[in-house]
Design a protein around this ligand. Structure first.
Ligand code: CO
Length: 146
């Protein structure tokens, strides 16, 4: 009996952990496989975005990152990110509009970023993009908050 209870608790723990993260794949065709994901603030004080580059093209040709900002800010974040260049992972240094940003990865690589959810507004309008030059128009999705 004790064993069963412990297993159940372990499973609940796993479910809880998975709820506070998302894995997004980016490929050589400039596509994210996830178009939207939800952050549940009450369940997740922190949230992890994992990025896997499932392609094989090098970073310089087909780099991907995931950058989260308010939808109203995203175009400016992308423009300033592109201007910042690859050595800054195409994110302007100290950009306070950026809620979370992974580094840039190339084919076969992966990375992740963890961020606090307390600043997110339930029902707010948030977008994630890849800020590699030319990618943000296609590589973008919605972050929903509840
Ligand atoms: Co990209």
């Amino acid at each position: 009996m004790k064993k069963i209870v412990l297993s159940t608790l372990a499973l609940m723990g796993l479910a809880h952990a998975n709820q506070c993260e998302v894995t997004i794949k980016g490929d050589d065709a400039m596509q994210f496989d996830v178009k939207e994901f939800t952050v549940e603030k009450a369940a997740c004080a922190e949230f992890t975005v994992k990025l896997e580059h499932s392609g094989s093209l090098p970073l310089a040709a087909m780099g991907h990152n995931v950058v989260v900002a308010k939808t109203a800010d995203i175009d400016a974040v992308v423009a300033d990110g592109v201007a910042a260049g690859p050595e800054k992972n195409y994110v302007k240094e100290g950009d306070e509009r950026v809620i979370a940003a992974t580094k840039l990865v190339g084919g076969g690589e992966s990375t992740e970023v963890k961020f606090k959810t307390e600043g997110l507004e339930a029902g707010g309008d948030y977008t994630y993009v890849c800020t590699f030059p030319g990618h943000a128009a296609i590589m973008r999705g919605k972050l929903l908050v509840k």
